[in-house]
Write a protein of this length. Sequence first.
Length: 168
Amino acid sequence: MRFRLDVDGEERDIEVQPMAGGFIIRIDGAAYRARTRLAKDAVDVRIGAKTLRLRFQGDEAILDDGIHRVRLVEVTGEGPDVIESPAGPGAVVEVRSSMPGRVVRVAVAPGSPVRRGETLVVLEAMKMQNEIPAPADGVVRQVVVAEGETVTADRVVALIELRRPSAS
């Protein structure tokens, strides 16, 4: 996910890329490896040896080092949510969350046919709603999250059995 964030009046270009066990976060081109862990009302973000507790309240981000005003300026692109392995028709793939958040809506049920890009789950993270789409045409085999549940980044949210493309 790429976005431009205004923090205390200074715009920053941010890119968040999920990877096994965490994220790579690029801030104005500088790359950092990060891990996150949800706390009761905050997110603990570990970058290197340093861990910061992050909490959002309205347009403020409350960090260990103080309160910062934040404003999302623009979202310039969405990366695909993670598919665990390359697969063909009939394979079951894990669809994972690309960020931590709270499940606000589960849009499918087991047995539901889905098309590539169709919303499976909607998460709320950093006061924004993020849709997790189906990575390909298929059938939902299992939904492993529930509305109101808090999920971590890289958490499996659904299992999709890929289906053979139909002839047009």
